[in-house]
Design a protein around this ligand. Structure first.
Ligand code: ZN
Length: 164
């Protein structure tokens, strides 16, 4: 099973898209981007799946665990939930966050047009004052933009930073 993200639907020729599996919410996303593309996709052999609540919750949980949730859209999460719930699925995406999550949870993935990222990254907290670093707290809300915690050493703000 091939799970295709929206960049695949936009960039690939019909013969490559045929037989792919996509989230229903991607249909709306495409419709907003291009009428003609939407109509073309209607004629192709695509399995449109509406992920269940449980599948979506699992996708959020995984994204939260790797710290990638903040940058993902509802549609991204739907695509991720399809890849997570389908055994042996290959996820086609250029989104580095989705690739990062896929790698962490053993989902096979391939790029659509961009080169596949090969580096696993993680997140940590970095103090803006004394530059101290610490682990991202379990209960840290990554969905809040610019969320910070207080540095235990100097009391300045600590922000989440990417660490490769
Ligand atoms: Zn500090």
């Amino acid at each position: 099973m091939r799970v295709l993200d929206t960049s695949a639907l936009l960039n690939w020729p019909p013969e490559k898209i045929n037989g792919g599996c996509c989230a229903s919410s991607q249909q709306q996303e495409i419709a907003q981007l291009s009428d003609s593309k939407f109509m073309l996709l209607e004629t192709l052999d695509i399995q449109w799946i509406d992920p269940s609540k449980e599948m979506k919750a699992e996708a959020r949980r995984c994204a939260m665990q790797t710290g990638d949730l903040a940058g993902l859209s509802i549609v991204d999460l739907d695509v991720l939930s399809l890849a997570l719930s389908t055994r042996g699925a290959t996820l086609y995406t250029d989104d580095y966050r989705l690739q990062n999550i896929a790698r962490a949870f053993d989902i096979t993935f391939e790029s659509v047009v961009v080169k596949t990222s090969t580096k696993q990254w993680s997140w940590h907290m970095k103090c803006e004052g004394c530059r101290a670093t610490s682990k991202v707290p379990q209960d840290f809300d990554t969905t809040r933009k610019n969320n910070t915690i207080e540095c235990e050493i100097c009391g300045s703000q600590m922000k989440m930073k990417r660490q490769s």
